[in-house]
Design a protein around this ligand. Structure first.
Ligand SMILES: [Fe+2]
Length: 262
């Protein structure tokens, strides 16, 4: 991937003109929170090759039904956010929809020619306070937490207060576990999408920066905070930053440059 393309994103204030052939490669959408109208409208207008939803989808119906009208028009990907485990419906409409396998969390996929890595969910101290080293996390993996919960307080029975559907609590399906983070650090990617923000945000985390550096990512795009921010333009990162950072607001999107027609 050439760095020249990756250093020239255009914002939602400069959409690709209709009919110009300047079709965006990827549209990154901020947290829908149940409202997919901005996604449907933007995809129909700009015809991106792919879209990535940045978490907190909270689909009111299964996601493949919410996005049925654009499913054949663009490649659909997402990461989950903290609110995607708020209720059984939030969870099932996303993870158990026909698009449930389009979750980028913990993996890298080639999307519209870019290697895109995803880290969904948020940091919760009950699992891993990222100010502490990985090995000091309370639980290294969801599997270990589930095994601990299954043992129960008495060591003999399942503790229903600490389990959900026989595994970890629903809430922690949107928690970041160290094993996922560690595995991602060994991968390579051009773009990192996260629900949490990197350290330049007032509520961001240094470990997101460190993950981007491990990946060799030149762009980090995050949701969660409902703010559209170009961190470089805002002076939040300097020209020496190894990667660009964009936050994307609820109902907004970041359009990644269209390919130059061959
Ligand atoms: Fe969130």
């Amino acid at each position: 991937m050439s760095s020249s393309r990756i250093n020239t994103p255009f914002s939602k204030r400069e959409p690709a003109p209709e009919g110009s052939g300047n079709r965006p490669a990827i549209l990154f959408f901020g947290d829908p929170h149940g409202d997919f109208e901005p996604v449907l409208k933007a995809v129909k207008r700009l015809r991106p090759e792919a879209i990535v939803l940045l978490g907190d989808l909270q689909a009111q119906r299964p996601l493949h039904i919410e996005l049925a009208s654009i499913r054949g028009a663009t490649a659909i990907w997402f990461i989950h956010g903290n609110h995607d485990s708020d209720t059984d419906e939030d969870f099932d409409h996303l993870f158990h929809s026909e698009l449930g396998d389009r979750n980028l969390d913990g993996q890298v996929q080639v999307i519209a020619g870019y290697r895109v890595a995803g880290l969904g969910g948020i940091f919760r101290d009950k699992i891993w306070n990222p100010a502490l080293p990985l090995h000091q996390a309370a639980f290294d993996s969801a599997q270990r937490m589930a095994a601990s919960a299954r043992r129960g307080r008495a060591g003999t029975e399942v503790d229903l207060r600490t389990t959900w559907r026989g595994g970890i609590l629903r809430k922690h399906h949107s928690s970041i576990f160290p094993d996922v983070y560690r595995r991602m650090c060994a991968l390579r990617a051009d773009i990192l999408v996260t629900h949490e923000a990197p350290s330049a945000h007032a509520h961001g985390f240094l470990v997101i920066d460190e993950l981007a550096v491990h990946l060799g990512a030149q762009l980090v795009v995050h949701g969660h905070h409902h703010e559209s921010i170009d961190y470089r333009k805002a002076g939040l990162i300097g020209p020496d930053s190894p990667f660009l950072v964009h936050g994307v607001d609820k109902g907004g999107f970041l359009a990644w440059p269209a390919r130059t027609p061959a």
